[in-house]
Structure formats: C-alpha cells, structure tokens
Design a protein around this ligand. Structure first.
Ligand code: BGC
Length: 750
C-alpha cells in the first residue's frame, strides 16, 4: 500500500471518515482507494470475536474458543516464556479468525485489591507488568497480529470508570503508572495503544497531549496508532490535536463531521488530521501484508496449553506438614467451585467456552463431593453445610474449593470488600472443626482476606486459571506438577492496610493517589508492616538453594550496564521451578524511595539435584528514580544493594555496587532557598562556608554566649536553625540588603 499516494488522493471527508470505526469492531474501508477494513477483538486471554452486531451487553454471542488464564494469574508465573507461548497461540487464533488486532494486554497497576478489573491486570509492580506484557506482545505480533495495550493510563478502578480522573503527582505517574506501558512500546514494540476512559489530573486521556504525544510519541518513540477505549471520546477535535487517532466504536459518523468542520474553520490543521490517516493506513497495510488466511487452529492442543499454563501460574500459599501433594488417603472435594470452577472474569474479556473442566471432573471418581455452599447465595444454607461437615468427618483430607464469585469482581464495578462470601468462610471453619486436614483451593482475580488461614493446612491459589483450571488444580494437588507461581501482588492482612484505602475509589470520581509511589510492597515494606503474603511469595514441593552471587563490577557509571549472576539448585527430591527475583535498594537517598524495588526476575525449571546459573543485566533504570526537576529518570550517586530473593521478604543473597550518576540536577536558587539547600552544590557550599567563617571571626565568644542564652547543645541548635533559614532571612536579620541578595542569587544561579 502506497500510503502517501493514497493520502494525496483522499478528500477531507474521506480522511475524517477514517477517524472512527465502521461499527463496533471494524475500521472503515474505502473501496475507491483500495483501503480494506480491519477487525479488532477483545482479548486478551482468549479471543472474543462477536459474530453479527457487536455489543457490550452480551446480546450477541462470540465464537466458541479457548479461554486461557487471565492476566493476574499469568503474572503469578513470573515467567516470560508463559506469556510468549500464550502470545503465539492467540496470534494464530487471530489469524485463523481474520482478526487484525487483539485488544490487550491490560497493563494497569493493581493499586487497590478492590478494583473490579484486577483479574485483567498483571501486578502492583510496574517492572513485572511491563516485562510480561512485552513478552506477550512480541510473540502475538510475530504472528502478524497487532497488540493493543490498554488502558493508557492510570485506569485503576471501575467506579466512575468512564468519567473520573486519577489525581497524582508527576513522579508517581512516571515511576508507577507509566513504566509498564513504556516497556510495551520500547521492548514489546506494540502497534496499538488504547487510551483509557478516565482522565489524569482533570485532563481526559482521550485528549491528553502530555500522555498521547509528549510522552508516548516524543519520549518513547511510539509509531503505532491510538484508539479510544470504547466510548471514551469526550471532545473529538481536542483528541486529534492531542494525539488520538481512532474513535471506537464507530458507526454514527457524528464526530467525523466535527473533524471536517474543525478543519474547514481552521481549528484543526489538515496536517494533524493527516497524522491520523497515516497511522490508520499503516495499520491496515500491516494487516494486509501479514494475513495468513490458511492458519488452522488445533482446539484440543490449545485447551491442553491452557491447562499447562494454569498449572505454571498457581501459587502454593501454605503447606503445613507437607499435606500436599495428596497421597493415597481418602479425599473429599467440597464447594461448588469444585464442580463449577470460576475460571475467568466478567465483562469485555469474557470468552465463550464450550466446556470448562472442573476439578471434580478431572479427579474422575477418585474423590467424594459435597456442594457445601451456593455460589449465588451469601447466607448459610444449613443443609449444604451439614452435608459437607458429615462428609468431612468420613475422609482423611478435605479440599475445599472457594473464592470470589463472578458477582464479586467484574468489569464495570469495584469489589465492595476484600472478604470472601460469608457462607464460604463459614463452611471452611465448620469443616476445619471436624477434620484437621483441610486444603483450600482459591479462585479469584485479586487478594482476599483469609480469616480461617490458621485453621487449614494448605492453600493453593489458582487465581482465574482459564478453562482447564480444574485439571490444573488436580495435577498440582496430586503432585504431578509442582507449584511454582509467586504472588504478583501483596496480600495484606486486612483491606484497611492497603495504601490506597483512604482514597479508593475517591470522591466525585476524583481519587487522589495520596500514597504516591508507595503502591503494594513499596508501601508495606516502607512501613514495616506485617502482611498475609508478601509480593513474590510462593511455596514449592521441593527446596531451592541459592548461592554464588556475582556482580560484574563494584563500581559503574549510570551510562554503563552490569551483570549480576547467581546459582539456584534444586536440593529436594522432585522436579520444581523457582522464580528468582532481583531487587535494588538505594543505601541513602536525598528523595524518599521505597526500601527495595524489583528490577529483574527469571524462572528456572530444575530436576532434583540440578543447578543453573542465572544472570541479570542492570542498567541506569535499575538504579534511577523519576526526578521531577529533570522530568526524567535520574541516578543519585552512591551505594546500592542488589538483593536476590525468593520473595520481596525472603532475600537469600545480597551484594552492593557504587553507581556514579552522570547527570546533574539543575540548580535553582531564589529568595526562599534555604541555607541547607545551598550546601548541596559547590558554589552554594562555598558561600555558606564563607559566611560561617565570617560569623566565627566576628564573635569569638559566640558559643559561650549562646549556651547562656539557649542552653546546652546550642551549637547544634544554631546550626539547624541556620540550615532551615531561607535566603531572604539574610536581609531581615540585617546581613545584607535585598539588592545584595539578588546579586548573590544571580551569581549562584549562573
Ligand atoms: C473495555 C475495553 C475493551 C473495549 C472493547 C471497553 O469497555 O474497557 O477493555 O477492550 O470495551 O470491548
């Protein structure tokens, strides 16, 4: 497709027509110019291709296909390979179904456990989310299908999801809420980006130039197109000016007419419109060039893959007395989720699955069963409960399948509580009272409160594990597969411990991100709080030993990279895997910083006795924070610790490196700059030293007098008073005149 030639032949109306879709899922075709239409579909953990008219209400069903584990489960794998495999499988499915773009992955941070869409998001950690997202995107796009990263940006709740605004400072935005998207652009090379419904600091993402142009295109070098979330346009013309391309869903043409009018009356330049058209033509050209219409999908193989991935994502949260894996004892499965598993979330990502395998089905007659609770009722049904308790008395081990029902978490609404349904909690307590061997299998997209934890022996968290979740659970319970997932989000003891608690979901649609950069473990660690399960935590049926930490250097400039390596050995008796995590910790810092932050991770699969060496590369970003004075990442020179851990709170090896930051902070001195602040740069320091020397020379008896006036330790008091003194005090205390002060300030700013 010759994009420039087509562009030159287009009328203004044709150009504007490409700014919105044809219907719910397609871009517009222009037959006269040979421009085809291309289809977009949800995702992201299965193909939701609607046949017939599109809608959001589930009126028209989508095609039957495979449902894979959702993002929050996938992230627990801590395994880029899991995401790559999924990307490839989905890319092939899109090709077979003639889908040009898959609407995902979702890279928003899990700020609060109560966000209704947490199951669609990877993590509370931007590095983990970015790395996993990029791996998925690379392989999806290698199949010739575009990814569409969403929801850009700071879309962390469902309350007022289409009209709210996330209020936060610049550092928080850049350090926490943008980096996963940045990785998707720079590393993943995503060709699509979906702007979020919400605003950031009162500017809607769909018309946010800072976001869509200054950061996305200019800073990160993004070359793809930006589509609105479905129905996110507020002011269409402003959107084009800010860097927005396609409006979805389309079909009405109303907003296209506004674009034509704006070009005619000079509000919008034709060059701005041409940018949209070029981006849209590039998208359809890519689609045309990469079509593989002969792709055939093996649904059986995909179902098996879904189960395999689910098993690699499961997290073993507790395993007292090594009750798991189950041996030959008598076992009962209790809980409706054992028969009807919860394996995906509700909303636009919902996949039409012909059959989901339950644990009961997978256990094939090996276990006895009682329903225990009713998923659709909260109260305690006496009969179900007593049947379950009776059964529990008759078996050696009980596995209770529990967690969040669909009605508890979904797109379009936030969770009301972090608690599980009362009838399930009651069931677990009642069963634990009659049987000492209770295992709980949990389904749900985000953290839950587990008030009964100390009454049960084991907990296996399957998250929302896709259509084969029941099979995967049984494989794990019986030890055919060894759990190796780690939590991609901290589980606090109580909801009120969460850092966003006081400001979620905020008032009048304007949540204030008052916790700043302290999201998830960054907060709990800084406050030295106990948590239920830390970030990065997960048990195994084997034991992994860490050794031989090596840092390629002990000193480096922030323009260089360094390598960190260590060895991990499976010292147990069964095959297993370990997600090794690398955290960086700044020893001393002028700005406030988290205790430690994830900067590397790797998953290794090891036979008993096998050892592998793992290596990580660290670069400037591993040590930097976002410095608002520079509007950029900045490394403050000093010593940093490199911690290798099995979780954020289980550090096994630790080394340190001195990093030399090569950038300098701009100096800005004004009348309110304090004497203390002056000492942070040479010229300022020299002035302060000179002033102190003059003061000393002037009053030999100063110390003695001060002690009389102020009491003991007066030198220290005087020093701290001076440190806090703004420069204008030099005038008010008669040291100099305003005109002399302004000369001094000018000299210091030079
Ligand atoms: C959701 C998106 C989704 C789109 C299309 C929106 O309501 O927020 O995640 O891709 O609809 O279904």
């Amino acid at each position: 497709m010759d994009i420039e030639k087509i562009l030159s032949q287009m009328t203004l109306e044709e150009k504007a027509s490409l700014c919105s879709g044809r219907d719910f899922w397609h871009t517009k075709a222009i037959a006269r110019l040979g421009i085809p239409s291309a289809m977009m579909c949800d995702g992201p953990h299965g193909l939701r291709k609607q046949v017939g008219e599109g809608d959001h209400l589930g009126i028209n069903v989508s095609i039957e296909t495979t449902c894979y584990p959702t993002a929050s489960a996938l992230a627990n794998s801590f395994d880029r390979e899991v995401l790559r495999t999924l990307g490839t499988a989905l890319g092939k499915e899109c090709q077979a179904e003639d889908v040009a773009m898959l609407l995902g992955p979702g890279l928003n941070m899990k700020r609060s456990p109560l966000c209704g869409r947490n199951f669609e998001y990877f993590s509370e950690d931007p590095y983990l989310a970015g790395q996993l997202g990029a791996a998925y995107i690379q392989n999806l796009q290698a199949e010739g299908v575009s990814a569409c990263v969403k929801h850009f940006a700071a879309n962390n709740q469902e309350t007022r999801r289409m009209s709210g605004s996330s209020q936060m400072d610049e550092r928080t935005l850049h350090e926490i809420y943008l980096p996963a998207f940045e990785a998707a652009v720079k590393q993943g090379k995503t060709r699509g980006m979906m702007c979020a419904y919400n605003g950031i600091n009162d500017v809607f993402c769909s018309e946010n130039k800072m976001l869509l142009t200054d950061v996305l295109r200019e800073k990160w070098g993004y070359e793809g197109f930006v589509v609105t979330d479905w129905g996110a346009v507020k002011d269409r013309v402003k959107g084009v000016q800010a860097g927005l391309d396609l409006e979805m869903p389309g079909g009405t043409g109303t907003q296209d007419a506004l674009i034509v009018e704006a070009v005619k009356n000079g509000t919008l330049s034709e060059a701005e419109l041409d940018r949209v058209v070029r981006n849209m033509l590039q998208f359809v050209a890519d689609y045309q060039d990469n079509r593989k219409p002969d792709t055939v999908i093996d649904r059986t193989a995909n179902a098996a893959l879904s189960g395999e991935l689910a098993a690699r994502c499961a997290v073993l949260l507790k395993n007292e007395d090594s009750i798991l894996p189950l041996k030959d004892e008598t076992v009962a499965f209790i809980g409706e989720f054992a028969a009807v598993p919860r394996f995906q979330g509700a909303g636009s990502s919902h996949v039409n699955v012909p059959h989901a395998v339950s644990a009961l089905e997978a256990a094939a007659g090996k276990v006895r069963y009682a329903q225990g609770y009713d998923i659709h009722r909260q109260d305690n049904e006496a009969q179900l409960l007593s049947q379950a308790v009776e059964l529990a008395k008759q078996v050696h081990t009980v596995v209770i399948f529990a967690g969040l029902p669909d009605s508890y978490e979904s797109e379009g609404g936030d969770r009301e509580t972090m608690e599980m349904p009362a009838n399930q909690n009651a069931l677990i307590c009642a069963v634990a009272a009659v049987n000492p061997n209770v295992v709980v299998v949990l389904h749900g997209g985000s953290a839950m409160e587990l008030p009964w934890l100390d009454r049960v022996k084991a907990v296996l968290y399957m998250a929302l594990g896709g259509e084969q979740v029941g099979k995967a659970a049984v494989e794990l319970l019986y030890g055919n597969v060894n759990p190796s997932g780690k939590l991609s989000e901290t589980w606090p003891l109580r909801y009120c411990d969460n850092p966003s608690y006081l400001n979620f979901p905020g008032e009048e649609g304007k949540p204030i991100y008052a916790e700043g950069i302290y999201i998830g473990y960054r907060y709990y660690d800084k406050k030295q709080m106990d948590v239920l399960f830390p970030f990065g935590f997960g048990l195994s049926y084997t034991e992994l030993a860490y050794s031989d930490l090596k840092l390629s250097q002990t000193e480096l400039d922030d323009t260089e990279t360094m390598t960190v390596s260590c060895k991990v050995r499976n010292v147990g008796t069964v095959p297993g895997a370990e997600a090794v995590q690398l955290y960086v910790r700044d020893e001393v810092s002028t700005v406030h910083r988290p205790i430690r932050e994830l900067k590397g991770f790797a998953k290794v699969y090891l036979q008993p006795g096998e050892e592998q060496e793992i290596s990580f590369t660290l670069d400037k970003r591993s040590f930097a924070y976002y410095e608002v004075k520079l509007h950029d990442w900045f490394v403050e020179s000093g010593r940093f610790f490199v911690d290798i851990g099995a979780s954020s709170r289980d550090i096994r090896l630790s080394g340190c490196v001195s990093v030399n930051g090569t950038a300098e902070l701009p100096i800005h001195v004004d009348r309110l700059t304090t004497i203390g602040e002056l000492t942070s740069f040479p010229k300022g320091k020299a002035f302060v030293e000179q002033m102190i020397a003059a003061r000393k020379a002037h009053s030999q008896a100063a110390t003695a007098d001060n002690e009389k006036n102020m009491g003991e330790g007066s030198d220290k008091i005087v020093k701290s008073m001076m440190t806090e003194m703004p420069l204008c005090s030099l005038v008010t205390y008669g040291v100099m005149t305003f005109s002399q002060l302004d000369d001094l300030i000018a000299m210091l700013n030079e």
